[in-house]
Design a protein around this ligand. Structure first.
Ligand SMILES: [Zn+2]
Length: 410
């Protein structure tokens, strides 16, 4: 299926009635379940005893630990396996390139445990592009200003790994190498450097982690006038939203995404996160996986991605706590919307007054493959304690120490 085809489908899926959406979801679910059980030995076994006219709730729940443990049998292309992926991802030049010319490779951010490897097939990439094109902007006037100002986009993210934001951005740059309307600036560069690059590029859309953009906004030297600021990766608190709005004098919004699914929900002009129900099924559940109703806070969420056939995510557990609403939204969209309780990490503050967003440390420490889990605790204005779980503690700690020291020097 071509990009144009997916664009049209996504456009048509924009504002369907709840009844039509449910029908479309079920049709797409059946198709992906059939494909998974016919092409993945893991799903063939998992769905033994599930007959043709199943409901979503009949399907067993899946999770990251099982997925990573059974990676090679989980994915639906026998030409790809973990060994091959490890080789591919050991070369940083491959960020944004396709393995076997077919699939993009991403790593999840591992702040809640081990990172996962996620492959995107062409259809899933096209869905991501289509959703970005039609649903990213909460307000039409911001979209219009963005188009008028040459779609100049600057993202301040981790700019060196196989992360979704970085990989997708590089993929698009490689597709259109002559277009110079997109830059990614490494979140771990010095503030001076980040500000210099942002001022020089003068983006129409600025994106980044909320805590980090909040830190940058303290600098008078940062003089850009974006048309819109779109944050991601962490919870956008009301406080940070207000701060960024005052600094940049434009609309500040967020979205809800994860690597396994891509865009789960996009913000509307009322500030509500509307679920992309045509491509994603969201089930809020309690800790025993029983469904919770509309308006009730969940303990976690089960996610089904209806567009990725290479690596099926069907009733896949995410540890986010959300509330799904079915009340009509004033914006006119018919889809359900959600509220999310996101990561709310503290900003680290040091003796000399320097502030550092915790995301900088996540990204650095996640890159060290000897570290299984980590915890970073600020003991005082000049002391951080790093705790790690690792089979090679000494090697892991030395690497971590070296990289964290490098950030401090910057
Ligand atoms: Zn709305």
């Amino acid at each position: 299926m071509s990009l144009m085809n997916t664009m049209i489908k996504t456009y048509k899926g924009n504002n369907l009635s709840q009844q039509k959406i449910k029908k479309l979801q079920h049709k797409r679910l059946k198709k992906i379940v059939d494909y998974a059980r016919n092409n993945s030995t893991y799903f063939k076994d998992l769905y033994t005893g599930i007959n043709g006219d199943f409901n979503l709730q009949d399907l067993p729940i899946t999770n990251k630990i099982e997925m990573m443990k059974n990676f090679d049998s989980w994915i639906t292309d026998t030409n790809i396996n973990m060994n091959k992926i490890e080789k591919f991802t050991s070369d940083i030049e491959n960020v944004g390139r396709m393995i076997d010319g077919k699939y993009l490779v991403f790593k999840t951010s591992g702040s809640t445990g081990n990172p996962a490897i996620v492959l995107y097939d062409k259809q899933n990439i096209d869905v991501a592009s289509s959703v970005a094109a039609f649903r990213t902007f909460a307000r039409k006037e911001d979209f219009n200003a963005f188009m008028k100002n040459g779609k100049r986009t600057a993202g301040v993210f981790a700019n060196y790994g196989f992360y979704l934001a970085c990989g997708m951005s590089r993929y698009l740059q490689l597709q259109m190498p002559r277009k110079k309307n997109k830059i990614t600036i490494d979140v771990n560069a010095s503030e001076e450097q980040i500000i210099k690059e942002l001022n020089k590029f003068n983006p129409s859309m600025l994106s980044g982690y909320p805590s980090n953009l909040a830190l940058l906004s303290n600098f008078e030297e940062l003089t850009i006038k974006p048309d819109v600021v779109i944050t991601g990766g962490e919870l956008l608190t009301d406080e940070i939203r207000k701060k960024l709005t005052e600094k940049f004098n434009c609309y500040v919004q967020t979205h809800y995404s994860c690597t396994e699914v891509g865009e789960i929900a996009c913000e509307c002009s009322c500030g509500h996160l509307h679920i992309n129900e045509d491509w994603v099924i969201v089930e809020p559940v309690d800790k025993n996986n029983n469904p919770v109703g509309y308006g009730v806070q969940s303990d976690k969420v089960l996610i089904t991605n209806l567009s990725n056939y290479i690596q099926p995510f069907i009733r896949y557990e995410l540890m986010d706590r959300i509330i799904v609403h079915n009340e009509k939204c004033k914006c006119g969209k018919k889809s359900c919307w959600l509220e999310i309780e996101g990561r709310t990490d503290d900003i680290l503050e040091f003796e000399n007054g320097v502030l550092i967003a915790p995301m900088s440390f996540y990204k650095i420490l996640e890159e060290i493959k000897e570290i299984v889990r980590f915890q970073l605790i600020q003991k005082s204005y000049k002391k951080l304690e790093l705790r790690i779980i690792s089979d090679e503690k000494k090697v892991a700690f030395e690497k971590a120490k070296k990289r964290v020291t490098r950030i401090f020097k910057q």
